[in-house]
Design a protein around this ligand. Structure first.
Ligand code: FCB
Length: 462
């Protein structure tokens, strides 16, 4: 039974738009996700984040929940339009006050605040001005980072600049299944660059504030790409370039990979990359955040017959996989979660060991891992989510195996603390270890929450 070190950071994660609600209160202006969810047909069941888990009004209760779980850290995100309405200009006092209460409430309970600056809720005004494909958005992001560093810098344990820029760029601007629902591949690659640049500028900005001694990080949803056979090595390379090295290159090595520039030459000439940008994107980081749910399986397409697109994103529509026209995304063996994602924890061990090999001096932290399951309420009024316990146990074992093999993993955050607004799937997919009743907003511990509490308390997997 693997045991984790005493200083291992155990946490749970959420994101502002998915839990807060109060979308138009206290000076908050709309984000691209308000616009998206209010557009008929884009989110399942017409769900929106207007109320979400009402976390904005139930802060104390949720802080007590975290304390009862005994976690050492809580990863939350800051809603940019709540603290800087419209994405420009001065801070909004009531918005800042909310996060200040959140951070103080965590510290009082001995829980380390891990703050994500950008978990996808771009102020709508900045999208109206062009969004992430525009360079100015990166500059605005740095401005916002400075403002938050000034406000909370001395109290936040770890700052995460961006959450999953892969999703922001490719799902937001290429496949359009996320806000702002654009399907423009060239714009998506410009967004990739301005997210990388914005990340670097934000770290610089934070370091110029009271946050200078805090840990700096970014969270990537790296895809662990495997080929069906050795003949598929080039398909693996291509997918890895657009999905992973498009971010790892500039952020950790100070340069875009050559093969990425070549593969995407028909889409863009990358002229939006100015001298010095790649160096700016490459700021010293203390830890790399890794979100992992499942691996990706690819095969070189031979051009005959229909191309398999089992990555869950394609449905014959615009693809997030730019310059991967000859790559097939192959259905993987089950079991599957409620998202249709296959359960395969070996990808997590392999991914962590790859990062350890490529960036030996960069510690990692699992900033998200978890699963959606149907979660019926039993006759006893409880949720016996053995499938989630099994998923979490498997993945934590996989983390322990990577650590035994040398990977420097500093922490693990379950996605998610509670059932919440799962983006285009609305409330239909439940990821929480705590159930949220949609009518009453009542929070109820699932079996996985009790299990996780014991793991956190003992550092051992029961
Ligand atoms: C990740 C997101 C997170 C949540 C999980 C299931 O891609 O960062 O907000 O939706 O997936």
């Amino acid at each position: 039974m693997p045991a984790f070190p005493d200083n291992f950071l155990w946490g749970t994660a959420t994101a502002a738009y998915q839990v807060e609600g109060a979308w138009n209160e206290d000076g908050r202006t709309p984000s691209i996700w308000d616009t998206f969810s209010h557009t008929p047909g884009l989110v399942a069941n017409g769900d929106t984040g207007d109320v979400a888990c009402d976390h904005y009004h139930r802060l104390e209760e949720d802080l007590d929940l975290l304390a009862a779980l005994g976690v050492g850290a809580y990863r939350f995100s800051i809603s940019w339009p709540r603290v800087q309405p419209g994405g420009r200009g001065p801070a909004n006092g009531p918005g800042l006050a909310f996060y200040s209460r959140l951070v103080d409430g965590l510290l009082t309970r001995d829980i380390a605040p891990v703050a994500t600056l950008y978990h996808w809720d771009l102020p709508q005004e900045l999208e109206d001005a062009g969004g992430w494909p525009q360079r100015d958005t990166a500059l605005r992001f740095a401005d916002y980072a400075r403002l938050m560093g000034d406000a909370l810098g001395d109290r936040v344990h770890t700052w995460i600049t961006l959450n999953e820029p892969w999703c922001s760029a490719y799902l937001g601007y290429a496949s359009g299944v996320h806000a702002p629902a654009r399907t423009e591949p060239a714009a998506a690659l410009a967004a990739v660059h301005h997210l990388n640049l914005g990340h670097g500028l934000a770290v610089q900005a934070l370091r110029s504030t009271a946050a200078k001694d805090a840990r700096m990080s970014v969270t990537l949803n790296l895809h662990h790409v495997r080929g069906v056979s050795e003949a598929d090595a080039d398909a693996v390379r291509r997918a890895d370039a657009v999905a992973n090295r498009a971010f790892l290159g500039p952020m950790l090595e100070g340069a875009y990979p050559r093969d990425l520039i070549e593969d995407t030459a028909a889409v863009t000439d990358w002229s939006f990359v100015r001298d010095g940008d790649e160096a700016t994107a490459c700021q010293p980081l203390d830890v790399l955040g890794v979100n992992y749910y499942n691996p990706t399986l690819v095969r070189q397409w031979d051009g005959a017959g229909p191309r398999e697109t089992a990555d869950g994103h394609q449905d014959g529509a615009a693809s997030p996989w730019i310059a991967c026209e000859d790559v097939e995304f192959v259905k993987q063996p089950g079991p599957y979660t409620e998202m249709g994602w296959n359960i395969d924890e070996t990808g997590l061990t392999e991914l962590l060991l790859r990062l350890h090999r490529d960036y030996p001096s960069m510690p990692t932290m699992i900033t998200e891992n978890g699963a959606a399951f149907p979660d019926p309420v039993g006759e006893d009024g409880r949720v016996h989510d053995e499938d989630r316990v099994d998923y979490l146990r498997r993945h934590l074992t996989a983390v322990a195996e990577a650590m035994e093999a040398g990977a420097d993993v500093r922490g693990y955050f379950v996605w998610s603390l509670m059932d919440n607004f799962e983006w285009a799937h609305g409330y239909a997919k439940r990821f929480g270890i705590v159930r949220v009743d949609r009518d009453t907003m009542e929070r109820t511990w699932k079996d996985s929450a009790y299990w996780y509490r014991d793991v956190v308390a003992t550092g051992k997997l029961g």
